[in-house]
Ligand binder design. Structure first.
Ligand SMILES: Cc1cc2nc3c(=O)[nH]c(=O)nc-3n(C[C@H](O)[C@H](O)[C@H](O)COP(=O)(O)OP(=O)(O)OC[C@H]3O[C@@H](n4cnc5c(N)ncnc54)[C@H](O)[C@@H]3O)c2cc1C
Length: 405
């Protein structure tokens, strides 16, 4: 069978490697970190959320974004310092508004396929990753935003998702720990949550048992398409090696590798933050929710990860490749906990920041490159955990059909 190098051991790379192995390929997984899922797939919001499929390329998001730019602690932060990458991305983001409707519906469909495939993989391989099948609650404080969300419901339902409009009383009936004044909400019973790092790390081990070669601590310097149709992978640690094909799944580095291979992939790093609250006392565990939340106004998502961990994530920072954890961006997450879950202590928490590999139209890139043997499964933005089980299967089918040809 052809040899395939998969670049990157985040959720997209590991699921891709798994699907390729299941189709009989000889797979080598490259990763610069020492373990799988140590970059963006480390401590995200945890939501497997078809209900969050709306793409952001809409006037209402842009108007909110402009308002947020001058508000300290707001969900969006844009560093206006000029850079070609940033401004090209923002221009394409605006142009993608014309595809808002179609892209939202396609994302819902993909998310529904992905949820089913993720459950199938988890069951087949016995993965234990704090999976909670308790649904996701979207909560709204302002009537205007709630009314926009009612219109989004039509798109979600066109894509096949059932998301129910509910009153503040119904929100509290579904999740009694939620406090604060709310205008209304939506409940998607079929959505789920889980720990992306655990899932990815365990699936990587499964892949090794199935015969995958794993090359950790391998920082790839260059990918080069060869005249014989193969691809050369060069690392400082191991030198160069030839493969029949390559699948680029390298998160925010995908743009650089695509350019080496003759393709353009406008992935931008959109930074986000999370805190993982340790629920040490029984009183904290009782005061923290089990049903996952998305708060529309603050754009914060929250997921319970087992008995004693609560993950809260948010912020979109358009500010280049820095992974620095800034306390000014962590404080709004702590404040949110205090407002909605005042009886849950945040004395013990772990802060984190990660870079969402985001395309301007918010759609993942699942396609072949210009050169034969080159493939991409990347650019999943804010929904990589939700979508990867489906996109990995799609790219593995594509590799199968092209490599056979
Ligand atoms: C704050 C936050 C909250 C989020 N919440 C959610 C959520 O609730 N639900 C959801 O669906 N998604 C969520 N996401 C998005 C999701 O986490 C990402 O889309 C997903 O993790 C991206 O996975 P990836 O495999 O593309 O990238 P990564 O996980 O970053 O994997 C890419 C890998 O490539 C490796 N790599 C890069 N360059 C090289 C090189 N030169 N040599 C070797 N290896 C290299 C990296 O080390 C890395 O391990 C969130 C993201 C953030 C930041």
């Amino acid at each position: 069978m052809p040899s395939i190098a998969v670049i990157g051991a985040g959720i997209t790379g590991v699921t891709t490697a798994y699907q390729l192995l299941n189709r009989g390929f000889d797979v080598t997984l490259f990763e610069r970190q020492r373990y799988a899922a140590m970059e963006t797939s480390y401590a995200n919001g945890g939501q497997l959320s078809a209900s969050n499929a709306e793409v952001w390329n809409h006037w209402s998001s842009i108007l909110k974004g402009i308002k947020w730019m001058v508000q300290p602690g707001a969900p969006l932060l844009l560093n206006p310092m000029p850079s070609y990458h940033k401004y090209a991305w923002m221009t394409e983001f605006l142009l993608a508004m014309r595809n808002y409707r179609g892209n939202t519906v396609s994302t819902v469909r993909l998310a529904l396929e992905a949820r089913a495939e993720l459950l199938r993989i988890a069951e087949a391989e016995g993965l234990d990753f704090a999976l909670e099948k308790r649904g996701i609650l979207h909560v709204y404080r302002q009537r205007q935003n709630y009314e926009h969300a009612l219109r989004v419901n039509d798109l979600l339902s066109e894509g096949g998702l059932d998301r129910q409009a509910i009153s503040p009383d119904q929100i509290r009936a579904i999740e009694p720990t939620v406090q604060g004044a709310l205008h209304g909400g939506f409940f998607t019973e079929s959505d789920m949550t889980g720990d992306i790092h655990e899932f990815t790390a365990q699936l990587e081990q499964v892949c090794e048992k199935k015969g995958m070669k794993a090359q950790f601590n391998s920082d790839i310097e260059a990918l080069k398409h060869l005249k014989d149709g193969g691809v050369e992978v060069r690392t400082a640690e191991h030198g160069s090696a030839r493969y029949d094909g390559v699948v680029v799944c390298s998160g925010v580095s995908s743009r650089k590798f695509a350019s080496q291979l003759g393709d353009r992939l406008n992935v931008y790093p959109v930074k986000g933050y999370s805190i993982t609250v340790n629920l040490r006392e029984q009183s904290d565990r009782d005061a923290a929710p089990w049903v996952s939340l998305l708060d529309d106004e603050t754009k914060i998502v929250a997921s319970r990860l087992g008995e004693d961990r609560f993950r809260v994530a948010g912020t979109a920072e358009i500010n280049g490749f820095s992974r620095d954890i800034r306390q000014a961006r962590i404080d709004p997450l702590l404040d949110w906990c205090q407002e909605l879950f005042p009886n849950m202590s945040t004395r013990s928490y772990v802060p984190w920041a990660g870079l969402r590999p985001m395309m301007p139209d918010m759609m993942p890139v699942v396609r072949a490159g210009r050169a034969p043997g080159v493939f991409y499964n990347t650019g999943h933005g804010h929904l990589g955990w939700t979508l990867s089980a489906a996109t990995s299967s799609l790219v593995a089918d594509l590799v199968g059909s092209r490599m056979a040809a």
